[in-house]
Design a protein around this ligand. Structure first.
Ligand SMILES: Cc1cc2nc3c(=O)[nH]c(=O)nc-3n(C[C@H](O)[C@H](O)[C@H](O)COP(=O)(O)OP(=O)(O)OC[C@H]3O[C@@H](n4cnc5c(N)ncnc54)[C@H](O)[C@@H]3O)c2cc1C
Length: 494
């Protein structure tokens, strides 16, 4: 059995590990980093372009980030948090593009207006109030609103073709929204890492077991799936970026901080259209309202996508029930993740969310024609023959202990960090890849705090993320400088 020794072990070749790896190599080029991926290539799971919606989540069009309160007011704190988090990703990518560490922006990000579209009196009232509240904040000042069918027909022609002109409708638009091919981002980040000395990528290697050593470092056993051999790694710091499998990997590390966590996997499907004459008539991400009873991640949207440089339209996602934690996972993943320490929270969530399970099963049972019927609420003239089904990635929602409820289901992302800061794991999948940079900065601040205090790391952080240490939410001048820099560098300007 061969043994390696590294400063940092990144488990998983998705956008999260790749982002952390690039940050660390930029901050300290002498650091030795090993990335381990169980598949034959990186970015084949959730980060692959076809496995996620590619939305650069900025809360411009996603209506679930601005819930209406019982008194009728609109809560925008989550929208502000998501928008400022995405601004960090834009700065990170801008830095990498300017230094030729990432290719031309259109290889991974494309300007795609973010639009919301609603119908019915109540929803129109909601959208108008949302627009009025959001545009008071400089982060959202570029948002436009209309109830005029002719304007909406210019913004989203397919949505208006064949629609009853007397229907009460409204839309908002932010022109500088983006479609991101996170698969391309990941592959390019890893390609950049592979050019640096002290970085190694092991494909077809699956992490299996952990052992804590006396000196706070970790001894990790993995399986070389090609040679069918064991490989051992000693690492001072471990990041678990296993996507849906992060929970299982965290459990095998045995750390106390992971106790009580469970996972609720949700699968997804898209309707895809690649016909050029249809694709070229839509250039936007158009988000609607989630059907009543649907979980937040199944808000329907009709999106322009550019994946591997090729344009397509996607509609969905249609959620589904699954027991796998990864697309290429095992049907036993869910059952194998049940432990005495998470049994109660998982049972409580299972009993309380029977409506969600029923909803997911009903989604799975839908025929192709029923799915195209849902699409027709957005694109009335859609023809069944023009749309194919495509399988999306898996999302494993977090189940955690809750004093009052026994267990609760969360739809966000959570970073778990051990008390001695030698291990961090990312659980959950939403808002996901858009907030990879913010999540990884959080890990740097928690686990590399001493290094980050040095003038060298501080200066480099400010170079990579010009707003670092400032507030994009409160400092309008800083926001305006940073936004014009990122929109220009990433070619997202109108
Ligand atoms: C349907 C859907 C729609 C989404 N839409 C969006 C969106 O519009 N915008 C957005 O920002 N985000 C979106 N997301 C979320 C986003 O895709 C994820 O948050 C992000 O890709 C997660 O990246 P990751 O690196 O954590 O995981 P992944 O990309 O899944 O990578 C994890 C890697 O770890 C590897 N691995 C697992 N176990 C092991 C092991 N034991 N040993 C070695 N390797 C291992 C896996 O093979 C995989 O390659 C969506 C997700 C889904 C499923």
């Amino acid at each position: 059995m061969s043994t390696k020794s590294v400063d940092v072990l990144l488990i998983g070749g998705g956008v999260m590990s790749a982002t952390l790896g690039v940050f660390l190599k930029q901050l300290d080029p002498s650091m030795s980093i090993l990335m381990v991926e169980k598949n034959q290539k990186v970015a084949l799971e959730s980060s692959d372009g076809w496995n996620n919606a590619g939305t650069g989540h900025a809360a411009y069009c996603e209506l679930n980030y601005t819930p209406e309160q019982p008194d009728g007011s609109i809560e925008i704190s989550k929208a502000i948090a998501i928008n400022t988090a995405f601004e960090l990703s834009l700065q990170f990518w801008s830095y990498l593009v300017s230094h030729n560490y990432l290719p031309e922006p259109n290889n991974f990000i494309n300007r795609t207006p973010h639009q919301s579209f609603v119908w019915g009196e109540k929803n129109v009232d909601f959208l108008r109030k949302r627009f009025e509240k959001l545009t008071q904040h400089p982060l959202f000042s570029a948002m436009e609103y209309t109830e005029d069918p002719d304007v909406i027909a210019q913004w989203m022609p397919l949505v208006m073709e064949g629609r009853d002109r007397n229907e009460k409708i409204a839309a908002t638009r932010v022109k500088h929204g983006s479609d991101v091919d996170y698969g391309s981002v990941t592959r390019n980040l890893v390609a950049n890492l592979e050019q640096s000395s002290g970085f190694e990528l092991l494909l077809n290697h699956e992490v299996r077991r952990f052992r804590k050593r006396g000196d706070k470092s970790w001894s990790i056993q993995m399986r070389d799936r090609t040679q069918n051999e064991s490989v051992s790694v000693k690492a001072n710091f471990v990041f678990i970026g296993g996507g849906g499998a992060s929970l299982s990997i965290l459990q095998s590390s045995g750390v106390e901080e992971g106790l009580g966590y469970g996972g609720f996997p949700v699968s997804g499907q898209w309707l895809v259209c690649k016909k050029p004459e249809i694709v070229e008539k839509h250039h936007a991400k158009v988000y609607g309202k989630a059907p009543i009873g649907a979980p937040p991640m199944s808000v329907p949207h009709l999106d322009t996508r550019v994946i591997d440089g090729k344009p397509a339209l996607l509609f969905g996602p249609f959620a589904g029930f699954t027991t796998k934690f990864l697309k290429q996972g095992s049907v036993f993943d869910l059952i194998e993740s049940v432990r005495p320490n998470n049994l109660l929270p998982m049972m409580r969530v299972g009993l309380r969310h029977t409506d969600l399970t029923r909803y997911l099963i009903s989604e799975v049972m839908q025929s192709h024609e029923q799915r195209v019927d849902s699409l027709r609420t957005f694109f009335p003239d859609a023809q069944t023959k023009d749309w194919d089904i495509s399988i999306a990635g898996q999302r494993v929602q977090i189940i955690k202990k809750d004093e009052k409820l026994g267990g609760k289901l969360e739809f966000g992302t959570e970073v778990i960090i051990t008390e001695d800061k030698s291990l961090a794991a990312l659980l959950g999948a939403s808002p996901g890849a858009s907030t990879a940079v913010e999540a990884m900065i959080g890990i740097l601040e928690a686990c590399f705090a001493d290094n980050l205090e040095t003038p060298e790391w501080q200066a480099k952080m400010k170079e990579i993320i010009p707003s670092y240490g400032g507030s994009l939410e409160h400092d309008t001048e800083l926001l305006s400088q940073v936004r014009s820099y990122t929109l220009r560098t990433l070619q997202l300007e109108s």
